[in-house]
Design a protein around this ligand. Structure first.
Ligand code: NGO
Length: 531
């Protein structure tokens, strides 16, 4: 039984705790006899029409890509990279126009109503054709194709087919343009490799924004050439007193490129004026009394503030924003603004005005936690809602006045909340969050009085006070991240917990094949791992 013995070894080589891999490893086994129904996808596609005749990948099949599109060719190579190890097939890329095997096709913009990120997937005995107006659409179509093949296709070693896809047509496009996940790399540092691993997992669920919480009281994680002590000293520790870490500019840019190859835009966050102890410890001039603070490795919030009136603070912010903007190709720069409890109100408003102007000067769109709506959001600014009640009037008023909203209600979308009182890691200030709670909410109605049209999308933040490695990231993200992803991608009319929990259960063999650690929620009818 080669498969059984290889799975734990593979998990180990990935540095992933094999929890609870032993019983599930057997379930990854042979490919399912009947092809998976086209509806068995997370996030559920906008429309599915079953058709006659399934497609089976032949040993000599090719992946057809359009000539003259390096982006489409890259998507083809990415798909081949997933399929080759498990199928053992060569799957060469070709640009000949024969419509058999796997076909990636670019359509005229506007044709097929697929928009900026949508796609059509047509499966017949002759071919699986994914067509889209953009290479982003092709990439998302490829994620759907992965989920329609047997779970064992995700393994990094050879398995028996047949590699069959049910016949029919999927027409799909996202409900929201912004579908994010946030990783807090400040409370505990997470390496480039860990971030890339998470990016790959997010891509499977069509997440298209990766928000990196790069700075906080416990650590400064991004190199700023004009302020070397931020990382050399401010990045030297983390929650619990470990050695911390930081990304060099080259490493940050590597993450940005890796994310881009998965059609994900990096949103860097420099949290200000609170959550700044690491900066205040690195440079005494940022404190009103001029004295550097001690490094901090606890988990309290709301105790630190840059000294707003000082010119040194403005210069500092300019230096940091200039350098972060220059190494970030995406349009956004997140300035935090949450829990500035020791910043006076007038200082807070003045500071947020100033920082927003600086961000704009360096060509970026401001995102801030929703507390920025208590200051004066600049035209075009985006507020990220993380409340639990939905009754915050400044948020509604700002949304009515044109501020766009990203929805991360902490009692639904915070991946760092414990599932229940037994959960070994996580927090509970916003309440326990089982999978159904992560799934059952509507971004359009979270904030009372905010027009639905103000909602740009959703984001699932993963704060890392209690999270130290990939295994723990995955335990909290799976299965809730796919829930938030579906809330962000699928049309409101398809929303159904009864359907979602079944489809979610069918994802588990994939997670096992990929070595993803996940929480076996009692709310989900898992079909694997019982024997
Ligand atoms: C809050 C706080 C963070 C914590 C997090 C923990 C926001 C926006 N500020 O969310 O500093 O890490 O809760 O759940």
């Amino acid at each position: 039984m080669r498969r059984r013995s290889v799975v734990p070894a593979l998990l180990l080589s990935l540095g992933v705790a094999a929890v609870p891999a032993a019983p599930q490893a057997a379930a990854v086994g042979a490919a399912a006899a009947a092809p998976l129904p086209l509806t068995q996808v997370v996030p559920v596609p906008a429309s599915v029409r079953a058709g006659g005749g399934a497609f089976t990948l032949a040993e000599d099949a090719a992946i057809h890509v359009p000539a003259g599109s390096p982006g489409a060719a890259a998507v083809g190579r990415y798909l081949a990279g997933i399929l080759r190890p498990s199928t053992g097939y060569g799957l060469p890329l070709t640009t000949n126009a024969r419509r058999e095997g796997i076909v990636l096709a670019l359509t005229e913009p506007g044709a097929g109503n697929t928009g900026a990120e949508g796609y059509r997937l047509q499966s017949t005995p002759r071919a699986v054709v994914i067509s889209a107006a953009t290479t982003a659409g092709l990439f998302h179509g490829v994620q759907t194709l992965r989920q329609l093949l047997p779970a064992s296709v995700e393994r990094e070693f050879y398995g028996l087919g047949p590699w069959t896809v049910a016949g029919g047509t999927i027409a799909d496009r996202p409900r929201y343009a912004y579908r994010g996940a946030m990783l807090d790399v400040a409370r505990h540092f997470h390496t480039v490799q860990q971030v890339e691993r998470y990016i790959d997992q997010l891509a499977l669920y069509k997440i298209n924004r990766l928000h990196l919480h790069l700075t906080d009281d416990q650590g400064w994680r991004i190199a700023i050439a004009s302020r070397p002590r931020l990382t050399a000293y401010g990045g030297s520790t983390q929650v619990g007193g470990g050695t911390g870490g930081y990304y060099t500019k080259a490493e940050y840019q590597q993450i940005v490129r890796y994310a881009a190859s998965r059609y994900m835009t990096v949103v860097p966050e420099i949290d200000m004026p609170g959550h700044t102890n690491a900066a205040l410890a690195s440079y005494g001039e940022l404190n009103c009394n001029g004295v550097p603070r001690a490094l901090y490795t606890g988990t309290a919030v709301g105790f630190s503030s840059l000294c707003v009136p000082k010119p040194a603070t403005t210069q500092f912010v300019d230096d940091v924003i200039r350098e972060v903007a220059a190494m970030t190709p995406g349009p956004y720069l997140h300035i935090g603004g949450d829990e500035a409890r020791v910043t006076g109100r007038a200082d807070y408003v003045a500071f947020m005005d100033r920082v927003q102007q600086i961000v704009r000067r360096y060509g970026k769109t401001v995102i801030g936690w929703h507390q920025i709506t208590g200051a004066d959001p600049a035209p075009g600014a985006i507020a990220q809602y993380w409340g639990t009640k939905g009754d915050e009037e400044p948020v509604a008023a700002a949304a009515q006045a044109g501020t766009r909203l990203i929805m991360s209600p902490a009692n639904h979308a915070y991946l760092d909340m414990k599932y229940d009182e037994e959960t070994p890691i996580g927090q509970k200030w916003a309440g326990y969050t089982e999978v159904q709670k992560a799934y059952d909410w509507n971004p359009a109605t979270v904030v009372r009085g905010a027009p639905a049209s103000a909602v740009l999308g959703v984001e699932a933040p993963l704060w890392s006070e209690t999270v130290t490695d990939s295994s723990e990231i995955e335990y909290l993200a799976f299965p809730r991240l796919p829930a938030i992803a579906e809330v962000g991608w699928s049309p409101a009319a398809t929303h159904s917990w009864a359907s979602f929990r079944q489809r979610l259960a069918a994802q588990a063999p994939r997670w096992t094949a990929l070595g993803i650690n996940y929480y076996r929620s009692p709310q989900v009818p898992w079909t694997t791992g019982t024997g």
